[in-house]
Design a protein around this ligand. Sequence first.
Ligand code: KG4
Ligand code: ZN
Length: 335
Amino acid sequence: MSIIILAIESSCDETSAAILKDGRVLSNSIATQEVHKAFGGVVPELASRAHQQNIIPVVDEAIKTAGVAKEDLSAIAFTRGPGLLGALIVGTSFAKALSLGLNIPLIEVNHMQAHILAHFIEDPMPGFPFICLTVSGGHSQLVLVKDYLVMEVIGETRDDAAGEAFDKSAKLLGLDYPGGPLIDRYARQGDSQRFTFAKAKIPGYDYSFSGLKTSVLYFLRQQLQQDGDFIKNNIHDLAAGIQKTIVEMLTEKLVLAATDYGITDIAIAGGVSANSGLRQAIEDLAGQHQWRTFFPAFEYCTDNAAMIAMAGYYKYRQQEFVSLDIAPLARMPLI
Ligand code: KG4
Ligand code: ZN
């Protein structure tokens, strides 16, 4: 009999639902919340309300696009955490209610684990063990992936996530939220050597990005005193310099970990893995270090329910189900 999973993702500002049949994605519907743009960041209360409005239409669309009947579903997987609590509650409650109504099992999924399992949605797929650099708006982790559901965090950020570093720097440049993709776009035509920013020196495989925004802030303040149009006139080079700094911080630790652990299959996951500068830098390193590199398709890099369904599928095969008294977790360790 086929395994058909309905997955729900509502951890941040994307409401998403997907259907997976025997490990293959049949649909992946996403409603992106535009309401946060005006605020320069995700407003938790507004995110919860938007999830509440979007969840039924998004699930309905995912089921219709997949061409399955609700009665054919084997289980419902949902993001339990980490994320915004009010946002997670919407997806969790919906998943519970539907699982109760259809009398099918409920599967909890860790959002960060799902970002990594997005690598198993399409070919080519990494082989175990591999290292995954998971970089999103909320997390930056170096993960040693031993099996589908066996992962060890070997390094992580001590403060801001890489996506936050992009978004906060972008805000200082007067760019809209989320600024990461905009920095990426401007950086393509910029000279990354013109402006350099200090990189944090943290021992081991951990990261620290909070110093970058301060360094960008002080630099801009100084320049704006002499030229009020400094940002406008130098936006491409500024974006390129900021991107280069973040990318170098990320890749330096990645090289260190891969060398120490003797790993040659290298994957990146999370929203920041869509960054063209990061992809290029990892491709260049692959040549030097004989790595095989893996990047998910763009649609599976940022938040989506297809990756939640993938995690749900592996858990279903192990019969890892949860009871209806489960509660979402704003913080949730990877394992
Ligand atoms: O994984 P994700 O969609 O949501 C979280 O779980 O956080 O990641 C969102 C983050 C945002 O900070 C966004 O600016 C960043 O990913 N991002 C990018 C790019 N696309 C998305 N950062 C740099 N370059 C990009 N092309
Ligand atoms: Zn995410």
